[in-house]
Write a protein that binds this ligand. Structure first.
Ligand code: UN1
Length: 507
């Protein structure tokens, strides 16, 4: 049953990693290649004892790391970013092997790590607090941001490296240590990435900042979420998982940063640049085989252009059918889903859509044979736009097509789902785009609202996350770093007189 390791294992040090095995064994999880169903390697999981060692180690390392000046922490993160740049090709390929992303997207995922590391380096010279005018003479009122503690990062299979980095690079410059619990569908990517970060930091004299715990929820996940030594849990995954994590962390009055499901829509208005909209919709819906939390799952097309646009979309979808296959082969646009279970969920959703009157325009089938491939699938909603299955997030390349008559109706339909992650409109009209972004909040209710850009493929510079069942958290750019620090407000009396706020006298 022993497997042969792929050549990139030696370049990434995975062939010598103490947790990586060629044979199955007790306490080991297998990592398979979703394009072939073949085993890549076996990885040993944590036990309650090794979990305890890691968390105690993270708490201990925190007491040292927080005292390292932030710009020096930034230099450590800079070295980590450089190491990822060096290993970009191999790590991107590992992501492809383990979760089935096409080569360009695997590499893009590692680029996202390099980008957030660079962002964090700049931030390490800022972390700005504020000074406020005091109402009292000879007083100063100010706030500063302090390191928080060990941060628990729970990541999903679909961005098995970048989402950890959004958290870890920011936490790192903020003075926090990191305890990463990766998806068991991508343990090798996690081992390789964490080892790179840990080695780069240790080489500069800061060992123990970046840590990993791996295991099933009852043994590792629930322990981490309930652990009082971990003041922040940042979790990415399904709404169902987020609800459990959110409740458990709230029960101990800990802090949560949740980035959960999306049911993202694109509105294509009558005056849209249709070529642009078409390309963005196909990438958004078919890219990553529909397994991004930002994947385009619904489109609303203005009725005046609907027939022609849907015709063009149908043709584009047909052309993707011939581009399914080995994610590492040039020319492949659609890789596999991550698991057999994901294929079954795809099949269930297509079945439900048909039963509800949806018309399958393209795709609808699992490919069968080796690997977990399904066809990019385009489903037209019935004329009355009633298609309840479209309110559910199915992690697969299924796009539901609706039509609308006026923009208010399109925005209402877009906002009618439980999730609120990403949204987009294609229009050349400033009135329509501003209606979508209306500062009174009556436009898109999502955390991301793009104009003439698709729902997926956000840059790291902005804050990433969404509202409603998406969980409300914000990661990566803008001021997301504040989640990884604690705020302290100070009133400082430099005059010596005893003066109380609110004009109170207490003689
Ligand atoms: C995710 O799917 O969890 O905006 C993250 C995007 C990527 C990140 C997606 N930059 O599609």
């Amino acid at each position: 049953m022993a497997v042969n390791f792929p050549p990139l294992f030696s370049r990434l040090g995975l062939d010598r990693h103490p947790r990586v095995f060629a044979q199955p064994g007790e306490g080991r999880v297998l990592s398979d290649n979703p394009a072939t169903g073949e085993v890549i390697a076996y990885v040993s999981l944590d036990t309650p004892e090794t979990y305890e060692r890691e968390v105690a180690g993270a708490a201990e390392a925190f007491t040292k790391w927080r005292s390292v000046p932030a710009p020096v922490r930034g230099q450590v993160v800079r070295a980590i970013g450089e190491a990822f740049r060096t290993h970009k090709r191999d790590l991107g390929e590992l992501v492809s092997l383990e979760v089935g992303k096409i080569r360009a997207e695997g590499a893009g995922e590692i680029q996202e790590i390099v980008d957030i590391a660079e962002f964090a380096v700049g931030l390490s010279r800022q972390l700005p607090g504020q000074v406020f005018p005091s109402e009292r003479a000879k007083h100063r009122l100010m706030e500063q941001w302090l390191p928080l503690g060990p941060v628990g990062v729970i990541s999903a299979f679909n961005f098995p490296a970048a989402v950890w980095a959004w958290n870890a690079m920011l936490a790192g410059i903020c003075g926090d240590t990191v305890i990463w619990k990766p998806s068991l569908l991508a343990p090798l990517t996690a081992l390789a990435c964490n080892a790179i970060a840990e080695k780069a930091a240790a080489d500069l004299g800061h060992p123990g900042v970046f840590r990993l715990v791996m295991g099933e929820d009852p043994i590792i996940g629930e322990r981490l979420v309930a652990d009082k030594r971990v003041p922040l849990i940042s979790a990415t995954g399904s709404c169902r998982m987020g609800r459990r994590v959110g409740q458990a962390v709230a029960a101990r009055l800990g802090r949560c940063l949740l980035e959960l499901g999306g049911n993202n829509a694109v509105i294509v208005h009558e005056d849209a640049d249709q070529e642009l909209a078409l390309r963005a919709v196909v990438f958004g819906a078919v890219g990553t085989a529909g397994q991004r939390c930002t994947t385009t799952r619904r489109i609303f097309v203005h009725e005046k252009i609907a027939e022609r646009f849907v015709e063009r979309l149908t043709a584009a979808y047909r052309s993707t059918l011939g581009r399914m296959g080995d994610p590492l082969k040039d020319g492949t646009l659609v890789g596999p889903l991550v698991s057999r279970m994901a294929v079954e969920q795809f099949q269930d959703a297509v079945k439900a859509a048909r039963a509800q009157g949806g018309q399958v325009l393209v795709g609808g089938e699992a490919a069968g044979g080796k690997g977990y491939f399904v066809q990019p699938t385009l489903i037209r909603a019935p004329r009355d736009n009633r298609l309840p299955i479209a309110s559910h997030e199915t992690f697969a390349p299924i796009l539901y097509v609706f039509t609308y008559a006026d923009i208010d109706q399109a925005i209402a339909m877009q906002n009618s789902v439980d999730q609120g992650l990403s949204s987009a409109i294609f229009t050349d009209s400033i009135r329509v785009s501003e209606r979508f972004l209306n500062p009174d909040g009556s436009g898109s209710d999502c955390g991301l609202a793009n104009v003439n850009c698709g729902t997926s493929g956000a840059e790291i510079g902005g804050a990433f996350g969404g509202e409603k069942d998406t969980g409300g958290g914000r990661e990566s750019g803008s001021d997301s770093w504040k989640a990884y620090m604690r705020r302290q407000t100070s009133a400082i009396n430099f005059g010596g007189g005893f003066e109380l706020a609110q004009g109170i006298t207490f003689e």
